[in-house]
Design a protein around this ligand. Structure first.
Ligand SMILES: Cc1ncc(COP(=O)(O)O)c(C=O)c1O
Length: 433
């Protein structure tokens, strides 16, 4: 894991002693390394944006978003991919340049589209035919012309969990490449006065270690681009190839450098443009997990330890489903260490359980640890993506704080929720008082 080391037996992350972070800010605690995020952004610039002409990279903010993250993303020269009014609002409040925002989603609400259109988001990524009509209507009402991409489902095989696989034809996302559907959509995109069709988008899935799905999707979309040029004389100016690049969670994961994906994507696009005599479009990538996943760890305090002889030992922590629903949701796997015993020999195998009333609230099965005691601090790795952003208040447990660390400095970027926060929106009808 990058940005990690051990000092006096304690795990150091982003130059900060994690046991000190736990004491200072409490647990559970999300910790994000600014340095790792910046390193990833630098890799995107060097290996993609500067290497290839007419390219853009949008950070998929669903992975992790708050005001500070918007600021980092903007400073690092990336665009922003959003999927909800809440993410748009966060970008607006962070003064993120709205022309650099891509607005996605398979069921954008009218109010969300109005918010996007009134704030001049750069692109709306249209997910279905119904939405094209709606966007055109709203844009007309507001006297705007909206630049759009059409999200297509390329119909490719994807080697990942089915809950995070999106490129197959049978998907709730995107316009299928069925002739009468896609050409109908394109006709509307060309004809509608308040829409400016810029091109196409696909996102094949997430946590991928092979570039084959991306290459397969490029192949199909380039054929589509050619057909559309021949039929309608429409020249595609932009092609957004989504995100999906895998990261390291546990042994067996085989993450690749960014260029493994982007070089293959660009090579394929250049080849197809040459072969089909097409103009090379502006190419956009949209990684989320790859930017922030390994930049995050979560710290917990260990509480009860229950040994069931000859079966297993449950070591419970002060979080679980509320701060990380992924293991319960789709069997996501994580690695962890006891942060205050980081250099001790691991001679036991335990199961790390959350504190929620769900048998499935298990964070890690069969983790190797040293002798573990109540009060120890557990550090779970690679929790930067889809943890804070998927957090919830199950069992009325307040969400943890998020701390940004960098070279020994630690700053709160999201405050810990309080019990008062939990009841702030509750109302009691008169007759129950
Ligand atoms: C449209 C779109 N773009 C980008 C992403 C980011 O994916 P990842 O975090 O795997 O890079 C997603 C994830 O669901 C997505 O739906």
């Amino acid at each position: 894991m990058p940005n990690l080391n051990i000092k006096n037996g304690n795990l150091i992350f982003g130059g900060c002693d994690t046991t000190w972070l736990a004491k200072e800010f409490g647990t559970p605690l999300y910790v994000i390394s600014e340095e790792i995020v910046k390193d990833r952004c630098r890799e995107i610039r060097d290996e993609f944006l500067f290497k290839y002409q007419n390219t853009r990279a949008a950070y998929a903010s669903k992975a992790f978003l708050n005001l500070a993250m918007c600021k980092i993303v903007e400073r690092e020269g990336l665009d922003l991919d959003v999927v909800s009014g809440g993410e748009i609002y966060t970008a607006i409040k962070a003064n993120f340049p709205m022309e650099r925002v891509f607005f996605h989603g398979n069921n954008k609400a009218i109010e969300e589209l109005e918010l996007a259109i009134n704030n001049d988001v750069g692109r709306i990524v249209v997910d279905n035919i119904w939405e094209i009509e709606l966007i055109n209507k709203i844009a007309k009402e507001h006297g705007k012309k909206v630049k759009v991409l059409f999200r297509i489902t390329p119909g490719v095989e994807i080697d990942t969990h089915k809950y995070i696989s999106t490129g197959q034809k049978d998907s709730k996302f995107g316009i299928p490449l069925t002739e009468n559907v896609i050409f109908e959509a394109v006709k509307k995109g060309i004809k509608y006065e308040n829409i400016e069709l810029m091109g196409f988008h696909f996102h094949v899935g997430s946590q991928l270690f092979s570039n084959e799905s991306h290459i397969g999707a490029v192949e199909r979309v380039m054929v589509l681009i050619k057909e559309i040029k021949d039929r309608f004389g429409f020249v595609t100016r932009e092609l957004n190839t989504g995100g999906g690049y895998g990261i390291y969670y546990t042994h067996g994961d085989d993450p690749k450098p960014l260029s493994y994906f982007t070089d293959a994507i660009m090579e394929k696009i250049y080849k197809k443009c040459d072969e089909l005599i097409l103009d090379i479009p502006t190419v956009i990538i949209e990684p989320g997990r790859w930017v922030i996943g390994e930049a995050g760890i979560t710290l917990y305090t260990i509480g009860s330890i229950k040994e069931i002889p000859d079966i297993r030992t449950y070591v419970s922590v002060d979080g679980g489903i509320p701060d990380n629903p992924r293991p319960a949701l789709y069997g996501a796997k994580y690695d962890a260490v006891i942060a205050n015993k980081a250099d001790e020999e691991k001679n036991k195998v335990v199961t790390i359980s959350g504190k929620c009333c769900e048998t499935g609230d298990i964070l890690i099965w069969n983790l190797k640890v040293p002798e573990v005691e109540s009060g120890d601090i557990l550090a779970v790795f690679s929790t930067g993506a889809y943890n804070y952003s998927m957090s919830n208040n199950y069992n009325r447990i307040p969400r943890p704080a998020v701390v940004l660390v960098n070279e020994g400095n630690a700053e709160i970027i999201v405050e810990r929720e309080t019990y008062d926060d939990l009841i702030r929106k509750d109302r009691v009808p008169e007759y129950l008082r």
